[in-house]
Design a protein around this ligand. Structure first.
Ligand code: FPP
Length: 279
């Protein structure tokens, strides 16, 4: 567990999780744009990599808390297609960090019944990263708890382009016909074809952008923008995001009267989240 989250008494955390489960639906799938590592470091006069290092602590805490609270799928935007254009040194430090995190965390993930999965052009990652990644995927594939998806060398446009290419190929070899193409079929060609669309998208560091993340899949997701930089985003902030999500009315294009009213939350629960998140 991270140093920041350990300041919360275990009892309070368990109580906050229980209240969260009671107060409304837990999103089945949460997707996260982890942003602000560099700014977190800069604010402290540290090199950018210090922000990424501390960001790994947040990953650890959020994965654990998501599993405990009953989230089924968590997709983390860990390295975008565009991130390859960062300075070479930062890219290689990020790759080393990823490799180390996979090596150090897989045992614990396995123990916590988490399965590791990935989306993205993983063949372009350094060989050592691929080895750790596929090892983690293989070792945890039978786990039945949280399904963690690491988006690596991923972008929404890459995903959609790849789907078009595969579809064109299947049209050419006549395994499909144009008349068969509908939304369900398009979804089957995307890299997320075994995953339901995210219910909740969280972006940290106060930015209002999708940054080429799950462009098709986020069509009806609720968006939550946290002002916290990613290294400061821990389970208390996650509970705030889920609590906020529980207040939303998801209409999927319908009118309010056609959808069920959201479950209400007690003042007690609100106070408890405030306490756990410290805000
Ligand atoms: C965004 O912050 C963060 C990233 C590009 C990388 C995220 C990676 C980690 C948290 C570490 C490794 C991940 C895992 C899954 C173990 P930024 O650098 O864009 O921050 P800035 O916008 O403040 O510069």
């Amino acid at each position: 567990m991270s140093t920041r989250s350990s300041k919360f008494a275990q009892g309070d955390d368990k109580r906050a999780q229980l209240e969260l489960r009671r107060s409304g639906d837990i999103p089945v799938h949460i997707a996260v744009i982890m942003d602000g590592n560099g700014r977190w470091a800069k604010k402290r006069g540290l090199p950018r990599i210090a922000g990424h290092n501390e960001g790994v602590e947040s990953v650890r805490d959020i994965v654990e808390a998501c599993g405990q609270v009953g989230v089924k799928y968590l997709t983390l935007y860990a390295f975008s297609t565009e991130n390859w254009k960062r300075p070479k040194d930062e890219v290689s430090l990020l790759m080393r960090l990823l490799m180390r995190a996979l090596r150090d965390e897989t045992d614990k993930l396995h123990k916590n019944n988490v399965s590791v999965n990935t989306i993205g052009e993983t063949g372009s990652l350094p060989a050592e990263v691929q080895t750790e990644l596929y090892d983690a995927i293989e070792r945890t594939k039978e786990n039945t708890g949280l399904k963690l998806y690491l988006a690596l060398s991923y972008s929404g446009r890459w995903d959609i382009t790849r789907a078009f290419r595969q579809m064109a190929h299947d049209l050419e070899n006549r395994s499909i016909t144009p008349q068969l193409i509908d939304e369900k079929m398009v979804e089957r060609y995307l890299s997320t074809n075994t995953v339901p669309d995210p219910d909740l998208l969280i972006r940290t560091s106060g930015e209002f952008r999708l940054s080429n993340f799950l462009l098709w899949q986020l069509a009806y997701s609720e968006i939550y923008i946290s002002q916290a930089y990613w290294p400061d985003f821990r389970r208390g902030e996650l509970y705030e995001a889920i609590s906020n999500y529980q207040q939303r009315e998801r209409r999927f294009g319908l009118v309010s009267e056609q959808v069920a009213p959201p479950k209400s939350k007690t003042g007690h629960t609100r106070r408890l989240f405030k306490h756990v998140s410290g805000i």
